[in-house]
Design a protein around this ligand. Structure first.
Ligand SMILES: *Cc1c(COP(=O)(O)O)cnc(C)c1O
Length: 410
């Protein structure tokens, strides 16, 4: 398959023609000829975003100035985005807040979660989670006067859950391999042990099914710039189940989370609901971009979106298994919308693919990661990517000395 396999390509074209959400790609700008398999690192640009940002800057800021807090709906922007995001999380609008980064939201929820279980002294997380999650959890545990317990694999969860555990923070989809927890079943196991379940949804929302109410989840966080297409450094979100609203006690009480911010009161009175997790003035320009990203999901049947994610990954997995047997599959069957392979020269492989217009990414030490954003990828993209993998392996390029130097961002 050094050339595109005509039969595979024709079959993929048929799938694209019949795709019930094929129209959704039109809402995005995807550079011509590029096969972009990194929407789980930075999502594509929605077509509506540049004009919207220009309007926010020139009209709302330039002409409206401070009046725009009221007149252009700046004050209510974060709440509006939370409201649009809630259905993608399977949550209610008053349980979602859009603010800060995932790291900061995780900090607030771990501390607030620990305060909801004051008699328990342990925060539990995965050792191989996205590193920021572990760093933040360690600091939150110290501040709570407790400690962090790390598990090395999903199998270790059962033994690690004792009556000292206050909060368990897990990535619903693992950033490296794509391995996914069963949200409902795992939440139940955690709660049966008396702890709170905190889900990191960075690699889930916008690609795979997230149903926080159905899972019975206590807390969750996630970011805006991956499958939500909010742009680099987009604001993140946090979720707090209604059952915890009355006792919620954020460690970062700011005036944007105050029940009556313009009373300018010296006393902090939390806003009802998850809203108290807002703290400082939000980045309005970035928030406008996130709003366009979240709006790309308007009218999208989510079951079709999630089914397409699974189908794209299954197709890519099958093509690579057939045509590139030297790559070792690193993703389990139950996974998010990414398919990863181990290869001793994974870094060179990813770099050589990028030169051919197929963008994936490398995750140390030896993983080539390919994310499939179901909103804008086509089945032909999976075929083109697999053909490019074969061609790159045949060329010997992954071992090329040119790829000995890594950029700062991999
Ligand atoms: C992307 C990602 C983050 C990023 O956190 P930031 O605060 O936005 O830098 C955190 N956790 C996980 C699991 C991620 O995938």
């Amino acid at each position: 398959m050094t050339e595109l396999d005509p039969a595979e390509l024709a079959a993929a074209r048929r799938l694209d023609d019949e795709d019930p959400i094929g129209w959704l790609r039109e809402r995005f700008t995807v550079p011509d000829g590029l096969v972009y398999l990194d929407g789980n690192s930075l999502g594509a640009l929605p077509r509506s975003t540049p004009d919207r940002i220009a309007e926010v800057v020139a009209t709302e800021w330039g002409a409206g100035l401070v009046r725009s807090w009221n007149d252009a709906g700046w004050w209510s922007a974060a709440g509006r985005v939370a409201g649009s995001l809630a259905p993608l999380l399977g949550a209610a609008p008053d349980e979602v807040v859009v603010a800060d980064s995932t790291s900061v939201n995780l900090f607030k929820l771990l501390v607030a979660g620990g305060r909801l279980r004051p008699e328990r002294k342990v925060l539990l997380a995965e050792r191989h989670a996205f590193p920021t999650d572990v760093y933040i959890a360690r600091s939150a545990a110290e501040l709570l006067g407790g400690r962090l317990r790390l598990i090395d694999s999903p199998d270790a969860l059962g033994d690690a859950l004792d009556d000292d555990v206050a909060v368990v923070a897990l990535s619903h989809v693992d950033f490296r391999t794509g391995s996914s927890w069963d949200g409902a079943r795992t939440t139940r196991r955690i709660q049966d042990a008396g702890a709170l379940a905190l889900w990191d949804l960075c690699h889930s929302t916008g690609a795979v099914d997230v149903a926080l109410h159905e899972w019975g989840a206590d807390l969750a966080v996630g970011c805006g710039y991956k499958y939500l297409n909010g742009g680099p450094g987009a604001p993140a979100y946090a979720y707090v189940a209604r059952a915890h609203h009355d006792r919620l006690h954020t460690p970062l009480p700011g005036w944007h989370g105050h029940a009556d911010p313009f009373a300018m009161s010296p006393e902090y009175l939390p806003m009802p609901g998850a809203g108290q997790l807002a703290n400082g003035t939000p980045p309005i320009i970035a928030l406008a971009a996130l709003e366009e990203g979240v709006r790309t999901f308007d009218d999208v049947p989510l079951p079709e979106l999630h089914a397409k994610a699974a189908a794209l990954n299954a197709l890519f997995e099958r093509l690579v298994a057939t045509h590139c047997p030297e790559l070792e599959l690193a993703s389990p069957p139950q996974r998010g919308s990414q398919t990863c392979f181990r290869h001793p020269q994974a870094f060179g492989l990813v770099a050589a693919l990028a030169e051919r217009g197929v963008i994936g990414d490398f995750r140390a030490p030896d993983i080539a990661r390919f994310g499939f954003a179901p909103a804008y990828l086509r089945y032909v993209d999976a075929v083109r990517a697999a053909a490019a993998v074969r061609a790159v392996l045949d060329s010997g390029a992954p071992g090329d000395h040119r790829f000995g130097e890594r950029g700062t961002v991999t």
